[in-house]
Design a binder for this molecule. Structure first.
Ligand SMILES: NC(=O)c1ccc[n+]([C@@H]2O[C@H](COP(=O)([O-])OP(=O)(O)OC[C@H]3O[C@@H](n4cnc5c(N)ncnc54)[C@H](O)[C@@H]3O)[C@@H](O)[C@H]2O)c1
Length: 493
């Protein structure tokens, strides 16, 4: 990470001293950065002259006093509180009084890091994402003592370096590593209920909801040791709040040494020649020629045009005026968007045995894939007609066992819930939290913008249904989401 950050600063015109405790590492870092500039020049992304000039701005140094005229020190050393404190204490004795001390830590408290120093107000987090030259986001993290002017200078500096900067408060996981927890946790829980295999669940979130990677392939990339440690540290740091409970499945992988890509095996097998499992799509079925839309399909209305484009006759009947509470009648089955209850429960409560629920998608008019869950009471023929009709409209259909809230819906609801709680706790503004998730993790939408689109009232209902179903405080609704649900106000005015 250190050389990536140095590369960003040098590219933006700053002279950079590069120091590493391991002999030769700083010089290697400089060579790696120079090679990266050459590659960028080769691709026409910077001129050859600019690449040469940027490389000469990096100066490897053998000892810290050589950096005494630096105005900003960014540390990206080992993730150890005592080591980072010792380094900052030494730098404090060398650099000018108005120098800024920034830490790239992912998990340590900025407040704790700064506490023993003489100038804790000059300390802040400057949290880059890997690889630093590529990833747009930088979280500027303020501890309890951080001078707002220091945070403002770091914010402006990160922006001048071409980054998207957001302000965050020093709390466990800052913005991104906290708000992202449900992306892994909900998928792991659905897997723990044996609802589907990992390749299918990955495909549902990637192709159905537009996330750049499925949660299981992403955990394999991050490394299960790292991902588990982050979850465990957020869980412990919140005094074992059940919302962040780590997964037994992931713990097993860590214990087995199946750490993901780096060890050759995680959820997937990366040994050369190993076959990549594919999502399990429903086999081709016979659909119906005519369907009826009852009421308003809300966000899923894009499905209607797809059915019509496939030559299926679509009749319309009025139903509940409630936005999104409508359904499709397909043969003897009812197909509707999940509201966080299982299909089996809803079939009983609404007196509709042949009930099939579908999952949340990013864009129903374009999605290549849709996950569905059928009630235990749903007849096989009725279910097959639903599948065949969706297939005729160009959709790959994935059956997930009847878990509450399927996968995309419960994931997005929990991401929005976590983001709402982060706003409430003053960890970041709604705008900064959405930017952080879009540019730090490449989510297709900020979770709060997504909540505005889906409606807080709907998401609050989904979460309440999940909480009832699991009898688990993990699904408790953020007080801020509850307020938005009651007033109809948006997170983004
Ligand atoms: N790897 C990531 O994806 C990532 C992302 C964001 C933030 N971070 C944070 O960046 C920091 C570094 O992570 P990394 O993955 O680059 O680690 P790394 O182990 O690859 O690199 C750390 C470097 O620091 C050097 N070092 C260790 N102790 C030192 C000391 N006392 N003084 C000087 N140099 C020292 C090591 O020799 C090594 O070259 C950590 O705080 C981590 O939380 C990492």
């Amino acid at each position: 990470m250190g050389s990536g950050i140095a590369q960003v600063a040098a590219a933006a015109g700053h002279p950079v001293y590069l120091f590493d405790a391991r002999e030769g590492a700083a010089e290697q870092g400089r060579e790696r950065i120079a090679a990266a500039f050459d590659t960028l020049a080769g691709k026409g992304r910077m001129s050859a002259e600019a690449a040469r000039a940027a490389a000469t701005r990096i100066e490897p140094i053998q000892d810290l006093p050589a950096a005494r005229d630096a105005g900003l020190a960014v540390e990206a050393i080992v993730e150890d509180l005592a080591a980072k404190r010792a380094l900052f204490a030494e730098l404090e004795g060398l650099l000018a009084d108005d120098a800024i001390f920034a830490s790239n830590t992912s998990s340590l408290s900025i407040t704790a890091l700064a506490a023993p120093l003489n100038r804790p107000e000059r300390v802040a987090g400057l949290h880059f994402f890997n690889p630093a030259p590529v990833m747009k986001l930088v979280e500027v993290v303020s501890g309890l003592a951080t001078d707002p002017a220091v945070a403002a200078t770091l914010h402006a500096t990160a922006r001048a370096w071409g980054k998207v900067a957001v302000h965050a408060k020093s709390t466990p996981g800052f913005i991104v590593n906290r708000v992202a927890r449900p992306y892994y946790a909900e998928a792991l829980r659905v897997l723990a209920e044996s609802a589907a295999d990992v390749a299918t669940l990955d495909a549902v979130l990637r192709e159905g909801c537009g996330f750049p990677m499925g949660p299981f392939e992403l955990m394999d990339l991050i490394g299960h040791d790292v991902n588990f440690a982050v979850t465990a540290s957020v869980f412990e740091a919140h005094f074992q709040d059940k919302r962040y409970t780590p997964s037994l499945i992931q713990h097993e992988l860590v214990q087995a040494g199946r750490l993901g890509r780096k060890s050759g095996r995680g959820f997937y097998d990366y040994t050369p020649g190993a076959a990549r499992p594919q999502p399990v799509d429903e086999p081709a079925r016979q659909g119906v020629h005519a369907v009826t839309v009852v009421g308003d399909l809300g966000v899923a209305a894009g499905l209607i045009a797809r059915l019509e484009a496939a030559g299926i006759e679509v009749a319309r009947k009025s139903g509940s005026a409630e936005h999104g509470a409508g359904w499709l009648e397909i043969g003897s089955a009812r197909l509707m968007l999940s509201d966080g209850r299982t299909a089996t429960r809803r079939a009983v409560e609404e007196g509709v045995p042949n009930l099939v629920l579908f999952d949340l998608c990013l864009d129903y008019a374009a999605t290549p894939r849709l996950a569905v869950a059928a009630a235990d009471s749903c007849g096989a023929g009725a279910y097959r007609a639903v599948v065949g009709t969706l297939q005729a409209a160009g959709l790959a259909v994935n059956r997930i066992d009847d878990v509450a809230g399927l996968l995309g819906l419960r994931t997005v609801a929990m991401l929005a819930n976590e983001a709402a709680d982060a706003v409430l706790a003053g960890i970041g503004s709604a705008a900064d939290i959405d930017s952080a998730m879009r540019f730090g993790t490449n989510y297709p939408k900020g979770p709060l913008a997504w909540a505005d689109e889906l409606g807080a009232a709907y998401l609050a209902r989904v979460l309440a249904n999940l909480a009832t179903h699991y009898f688990d405080t993990r699904y408790r609704t953020s007080p801020l989401l509850q307020r938005k649900a009651l007033t109809g106000a948006a997170f983004h005015a």
